[in-house]
Design a protein around this ligand. Structure first.
Ligand code: SF4
Length: 565
């Protein structure tokens, strides 16, 4: 970490502006550069950024103050962020927290007097299958034990300045592949097939497969591409949403690491289909350790003629891909918030319409798709729509990747056909004695044992990508508290039902925990949950109460047992 010298500061800012352009859209990479180099973004740094990018200082501050990875005051040399979300919580993150406090002599939310360490909690780091997880600056540590805490702290103390992003004690944890992960496809075969077809036929192939977006919402991919292709605009964009931050979700981590080429291949196919020349991967800040790998693969693809002018010799088709980083905001997984972030603004969801396919990044038609969606598209173009449709249900075709964590024998990434029942999935992962399963992450549904015959598919329990297993001894009110705490912290605060509603529901869970919640108040909370569903602007507020309400509905004995205590 360097001390700030005004000449150096301006040189740093100018260098980023040179690379990304003198516009607000360069603000995120600029702030990330300053944060990494100086450890915080000072007043003079914000002023210089505003001057060089030709925007107002207040706009710079507006963005800086939104993201949890940016600091406006000098912070410690090492910021330790311990994951507090449910899967790490179930792996006894509390023990690790105490050990960190003992080693450093400070509490969470504080820094050591010598400025070396600061302790913070983080929301889902995407390592739910191998928690407890923690980030030390950009280094990810998994399966942390109290003994390891002492080692990490001492290693930090002896290696000041030689710290690089990395991944420690990590396992990819691919437990079961299916047609997508294990079905051999020659490199770039899908792209070759696509480029030999007219654009409209590429979209038709995806339509025939019935593929629905793998990020959670399940919007038909071909419809999105068709709308973006039909929209008027000189410039169009393909954006890969690699911001998986839903608690319990880490399946895109596997694809980003081991299926990098098929993901870029799928993006290139999308670029051809909608007539875009530029693709952007929006990578969550917590996955900074993946960036170097992604850049390496992109460089190889450029060299091999798979990106750039005349991709694979296709006259008139130019496409390239850039990596942009998030900075610790869950809401940026929502596509319009992600676009705002790419434009250098706070990640606040937009009103819709207009939709991004018409008015997206910089006002241009933009198709935002999930990592897994792009990998599936590459395979579909190679192997055909019928191959894909062989698996799954009529309304949810194909297979799906699931990130499985919690109380089961073999957590990790699994590929199963859509429509698999919760009971079948539990048998495969060694979680048969579960009393509940959270399907689709914190914003999904909590399925009790009496409903384990439910199918995981868009027409029943929507898949998302996260499966969290709760064993017989789990305290479900604690689970509800963890989820509501997550949403209360991650709400962007833009609209009242979500901002106030999340805080009120969290307060309500805590009242239930203390045995202080009257039935009348609980009914008010149920009414509030309905209001949030109807009146919140984006999916975060609309779904934030799902888990809490299903826990109240299905685990009345636990919830109300405390009332009687
Ligand atoms: Fe922000 Fe919540 Fe409103 Fe979404 S619902 S825009 S996260 S305040």
């Amino acid at each position: 970490m360097q001390t700030i010298d005004n000449d150096n500061l301006r040189r740093d800012v100018e260098a980023v502006a040179e690379k990304y352009g003198r516009k607000r859209a360069s603000l995120m990479p600029l702030l990330q550069t300053l944060q990494a180099k100086y450890g915080y973004i000072s007043g003079p740094a914000m002023q210089t950024a505003a001057e060089v990018l030709d925007i107002r200082p207040v706009e710079v501050y507006d963005t800086v103050s939104f993201y949890s990875f940016f600091r406006t005051e000098k912070s410690a040399r090492y910021t330790i962020r311990l994951c507090q979300t449910i899967s790490c919580d179930m792996k006894n993150k509390q023990r690790i927290a105490r050990q960190l406090e003992n080693e450093l002599g400070v509490k969470f939310g504080q820094a050591t007097p010598d400025g070396a360490f600061a302790l913070e909690y983080a929301n889902c780091l995407g390592m739910c299958d191998q928690g407890p997880a923690m980030l030390v600056n950009d280094r990810m540590y998994v399966k942390v034990t109290p003994e390891k805490v002492a080692e990490i702290v001492s290693e930090c103390r002896s290696h000041f300045g030689a710290y690089k992003p990395g991944l420690y004690d990590f396992e990819p944890n691919l437990r079961e592949g299916g047609p997508l992960l294990s079905g051999a496809s020659a490199p770039n075969a899908g792209l070759r097939v696509a480029l030999a077809k007219p654009r409209v036929d590429v979209i038709n192939a995806v339509r025939q497969s019935g593929l629905r977006g793998r990020g959670g919402a399940g919007f038909p991919t071909a419809t999105k591409w068709q709308l973006a292709a039909a929209a008027k605009g000189e410039q169009k964009f393909v954006v890969c949403n690699a911001d998986e931050g839903e608690p319990g979700t880490f399946k895109d981590r596997l694809l980003l690491l081991d299926f990098t080429d098929p993901m870029f291949e799928g993006m290139t196919i999308a670029g051809y289909a909608i007539g875009a020349t530029k693709g952007i991967v929006y990578l969550r800040g917590e996955y900074a350790f993946l960036r170097e790998r992604l850049e390496d693969v992109l460089a190889k693809r450029r060299k091999a003629g798979l990106l750039g002018k005349g991709v694979l010799g296709k006259a008139g088709f130019e496409f390239d891909i850039e990596i942009r980083m998030g900075a610790g905001a869950y809401v940026c997984g929502e596509e319009t918030a992600l676009i705002e972030s790419l434009e250098g603004k706070r990640g606040e969801p937009r009103n819709r319409p207009p939709f991004p396919v018409n008015t997206g990044l910089d006002g241009c038609p933009t198709s935002v798709n999930n990592v897994e969606t792009f990998v599936a598209c590459a395979m579909i173009l190679d192997k055909g729509a019928d191959w894909f449709k062989k698996q799954g249900t009529e309304k949810s075709t194909g297979t799906k990747l699931f990130s499985v964590s919690g109380d089961c024998a073999t957590p990790g990434v699994y590929e199963f056909p859509m429509g698999i029942t919760v009971a079948e999935l539990l048998r495969a992962v060694g979680g048969e004695n579960a009393k509940a399963v959270q399907v689709g992450g914190a914003s999904g549904v909590c399925v009790p044992a009496s409903q384990f015959a439910r199918q995981i598919a868009f027409e029943d329990a929507a898949p998302g990508g996260s499966i969290i297993v709760f064993g017989p001894k789990r305290d479900m009110l604690h689970v509800a508290e963890n989820f509501m705490g997550f949403f209360a912290e991650e709400s962007c605060g833009q609209c009242v039902p979500c901002r106030i509603g999340c805080a009120k529901l969290l307060e309500g869970v805590r009242m239930l925990q203390r045995g202080e919640c009257s039935m009348a108040h609980l009914n008010e909370l149920k009414g509030l949950s309905q209001t949030m569903k109807i009146a919140s602007k984006c999916g975060l507020g609309q779904t934030a109460s799902n888990a809490f309400m299903s826990i109240v509905n299905h685990f009345g004995d636990e919830v109300f047992g405390r009332q009687a205590e």
